[in-house]
Design a binder for this molecule. Structure first.
Ligand code: ZN
Length: 65
């Protein structure tokens, strides 16, 4: 069990057919990221991120998971 497993799948409460879902992108890496967000991740400072697979690994590692 890693902390990545505790995070809800993206989109959290978003309709897959909605515009906001289609336009969703990884907010951890920003516009340079081409991967779709997979998880909704909350960091220790309370910020919420739409994280791609790479971001999930990065954030999990930073948390010591
Ligand atoms: Zn990313």
């Amino acid at each position: 069990m890693t902390s990545a497993d505790e995070w809800p799948d993206f989109p959290e409460g978003l309709d897959p057919r909605s515009v906001s879902f289609r336009e969703a992108r990884c907010t951890w890496h920003g516009k340079t990221c081409t991967e779709p967000p997979l998880k909704v991740v909350r960091t220790r400072d309370g910020a919420r991120w739409a994280a791609c697979a790479r971001a999930v690994r990065t954030i999990a590692a930073a948390r010591g998971a």
